[in-house]
Design a protein around this ligand. Structure first.
Ligand code: SF4
Length: 339
């Protein structure tokens, strides 16, 4: 049994003061991943600062000039079923409902969803080398069983993938993460929030010590009419993606005016290549057009002995999801076609 102290923060300022005095302190909100890591003996918090009582971050509100502000402390379930999300950003609702289980979505918060750690089996096994868990020890996945691992953006130090579904949709929607830290407030575009492993896989994102995510802003562009989230996995529910695709289209007739495509389950962050989306501009919304975009998105993809299949799977998923985005009304709410 490890002793720890637990304190509740009544404001962001109070939480920041606490972490300034106790630099090893950790924040907790939903705690769904933190408690996993704790039970696996991978984290040993000495001080927990509970953010749930901080007022002002539990709502979803329209922003001046368009767009929505998602409070960091709103649960994933409340976000997915919020009328403004269902009506205006259905891609986000669909992606959230493809993730985890109903019980976890009822607890997990929006801020916490961005901060969940990889589900690499070796990361959770404290007896084997893992550069993400213990920098400099090596990566057990590269020569181990790597079925769930990355095909894009990996490094010789880590081939883990980021597990979120919600974040794949947020990447496609070009959300912006609002942060308050010891130096004040700042905004980070979603594409820059999560990072590739490089030679520092222990660092998942651009947060600095003490930083608190306060909200996630959705831009005015909603893509409410042509969208789809496709998640392919080994089990139909409560499983992480082998490959997932968020597609959002703006169409004029059958011509693509604007496209967004983000991939999940393939890299250390949601994978998006704007050049692939530009290839679709002015093209007919056909399987051939989506195949060209897929080739660009997957340029440089490299598989490992057990996950080579992901490259072809991702290509087919991009094409299929592009076609599904043309007729979102035919998709049942939250339904995921099986692989
Ligand atoms: Fe650790 Fe990353 Fe290698 Fe998994 S892939 S064992 S998380 S270093």
């Amino acid at each position: 049994m490890n002793n720890f102290t637990y304190t509740t923060a009544g404001s962001i300022t109070a939480a920041l003061q606490h972490t300034k005095r106790h630099p090893q302190a950790m924040y907790i909100a939903g705690g769904t991943n933190l408690l996993d890591l704790w039970k696996y003996n991978l984290l040993h918090p000495q001080t927990l600062v509970d953010l749930n009582g901080v007022p002002g971050y539990h709502t979803i509100e329209a922003k001046e000039g368009g767009g929505l502000q998602l409070g960091a402390l709103v649960t994933n379930a409340a976000t997915a079923y919020h009328p403004l999300i269902e009506q205006r950003y259905p891609l986000l609702s669909k992606a959230i409902l493809a993730g985890a289980s109903a019980q976890i979505r009822n607890m997990a918060t929006n801020g916490g969803n961005l901060l969940q750690r990889t589900r690499c089996y070796y990361y959770y096994d404290g007896d084997v080398p893992c550069n993400k868990r213990e920098p400099g020890t090596g990566c057990s996945a590269i020569k181990g069983y790597n079925r769930i691992h990355a095909i894009l953006g990996a490094s010789e130090h880590c081939i883990a993938v980021f597990p979120s579904d919600m974040c794949v949709a947020l990447a496609a929607l070009e959300a912006v993460v609002q942060i308050t830290g010891q130096q004040g407030k700042r905004s980070i575009p979603f594409a820059d929030f999560h990072r590739l492993p490089g030679n520092a896989p222990e660092k998942d994102n651009a947060l600095q010590a003490g930083d608190i995510i306060t909200s996630i802003d959705l831009p005015a562009k909603e893509f409410a009419h042509h969208y789809s989230y496709l998640k392919l996995r080994d089990r139909h529910s409560y499983a992480f993606a082998l490959v997932s695709v968020a597609t959002a289209l703006e169409l004029e007739g059958n011509e693509i005016k604007e496209a967004r495509i983000a991939l999940g389950g393939v890299a250390h962050k949601p994978w998006r290549i704007p050049e692939a989306e530009q290839l679709l501009q002015g093209k007919p919304a056909t399987a051939e057009s989506f195949a060209q975009a897929a080739d660009k998105l997957l340029e440089g993809a490299q598989g490992y002995p057990h996950n080579q299949f992901k490259i072809e799977l991702a290509k087919k998923a991009i094409i299929r999801n592009g076609l599904m985005a043309l007729h979102p009304e035919t998709q049942l709410p939250g339904a995921q076609p099986s692989a």
